[in-house]
Design a protein around this ligand. Structure first.
Ligand code: GAL
Length: 418
């Protein structure tokens, strides 16, 4: 296996040497600071294969791309696109930049690299628009994960809740210990919690039904989602320090035992392993978000090729590396995600820790549904306007008003089928 990896690396280096010898490559993402190590590992591989290329790692801090997407928009509209940028597979890619004719079709690269068998067909479908394929996926992340500190959970004498009702039942016990039962952070992390709660209340079919039009966003089911969400938030720090916490700071509170649980995507596993040096199952525990066992709410980070970039050849070499076996196996063990390639974990199982092995097993066996907050399920118009729905709910606590507002943005964005 080592020989195979070495051979593949040599081949990639040779390809890179032919295609990318000089000039620059600007990569744009929100993987700054302690979100950075996985991307930096990829950049190191790229530099080794393309020593003549100056790589500009342009990052805009802010979890889930809240700030980066705004900067990207200015650059794309202003005609100065980065050579390649991070974008979620699904509507965030196709409904924003592809539909506007601002991305190059990468079918040639998929053919050249033999990627039609390397990536799951359903994933390629989400990168496809009008017969073209528009980005290269580096990973699969899971959104619906509950994180906790096993030693603290034992100390407080509680069980990890399998349902939201279980959570609400132990909430007073946790509060009595002077601990926040569920920690949330800045606004997008509240939306992130919401998508797991909605999935739990509606089930996979109901969640998908929002996006196909089968579920009425103003109807009783959605009102029930907001009601449950309100009860859960009452057991959180939403009225205290939430707005000032990044997702990492929220996770820190779980790790240091000032909060019991947090719902976050599995980049949290990357942070706890790569940055904090914790061991999955020991330093931190994980479970599906309550009421979502057997369902994997997924998203995928990908990179594409905008039209008219300054360094096209260097970018194509970058994209080839991202989709390669060794690219995926350099990136994902550090990132807390599993490879998008179907063959990567088996090619190097020792690189993947227990959390990642469990995520890979769940990805292969669970019901899969797309994330809203991370670009898979709905277009950016809906994603943006959903912030206002949440503001209405947080200010009023009125589940009916929130569901009605949601039905309005459904119509305006066209994101909810029907
Ligand atoms: C997601 C992204 C992840 C991670 C996370 C937190 O949208 O897909 O890779 O970066 O945001 O910033």
């Amino acid at each position: 296996m080592k020989k195979l990896l070495a051979l593949v690396l040599v081949l990639v280096m040779a390809l890179g040497a032919v295609r990318a010898q000089s000039g620059q490559l600007e990569i744009f993402s929100w993987w700054a600071g302690d979100e950075g190590p996985a991307l930096e590992a990829l950049i190191a591989l790229y530099k080794a294969a393309n020593p003549g290329v100056e790589v500009i790692n342009a990052t805009v801090t802010g979890g889930s791309g809240v700030n980066a997407r705004a900067v990207l928009k200015t650059r794309m509209l202003g005609g100065t696109p980065p050579d390649s940028f991070q974008v979620h597979a699904g509507e965030e890619l196709t409904g924003t930049w592809v539909v506007a004719g601002r991305m190059e079709d990468l079918t040639f690269l998929y053919e050249r690299e033999g990627w039609f068998d390397a990536f799951p067909k359903d994933l390629i479908d989400l990168l496809t628009y009008d017969g073209g394929i528009y980005s290269v996926p580096v990973n699969i992340h899971r959104s619906n994960v509950m994180w906790y500190n096993p030693a603290k959970v034992a100390e407080w004498g509680i069980e990890v809740p399998a349902t939201w009702d279980d959570f609400l039942a132990i909430c007073p016990t946790i509060q009595a210990a002077g601990v926040t039962p569920l920690v949330v952070g800045e606004a997008w992390t509240v939306n992130h919690l919401f998508e797991s709660v909605a999935l739990g209340v509606l089930g996979a079919e109901g969640w998908n039904g929002i996006w196909t039009g089968a579920v009425d966003p103003a109807g009783a089911e959605m009102v029930a989602v907001f009601e449950k969400f309100g009860e859960i938030l009452a057991c959180s720090n939403i009225k205290e320090d939430a707005a000032g916490l990044s997702w990492q700071q929220a996770i820190d509170k779980v790790v240091n035992g000032t909060a019991a649980f947090n719902i976050m995507g599995d980049w949290a596993a990357g942070y706890m392993v790569t940055t904090l040096g914790l061991t999955p199952g020991e330093g931190f525990g994980y479970a599906p978000a309550p009421d979502t066992s057997g369902v994997f709410m997924w998203l995928s980070d990908s990179f594409g090729l905008p039209t008219g970039v300054a360094n096209r050849d260097n970018t194509v070499a970058w994209l080839a590396l991202l989709g390669s076996l060794e690219g995926q196996n350099a990136f994902n063990p550090l990132k807390g995600s599993i490879p998008a390639r179907v063959d990567a974990v088996d090619a190097a199982p020792d690189l993947y820790n227990d959390y990642l092995k469990s995520a890979a097993a769940d990805w292969a066996s669970n019901t899969l549904v797309g994330s809203l907050v991370h670009g898979t399920a709905a277009n950016e118009r809906f994603m943006g306007d959903f912030n206002q729905v949440m503001e209405i709910f947080l200010a009023s606590g009125n589940a009916n008003a929130a569901a009605t507002a949601m039905s309005v943005i459904c119509v305006q964005s066209g994101a909810c089928g029907g």
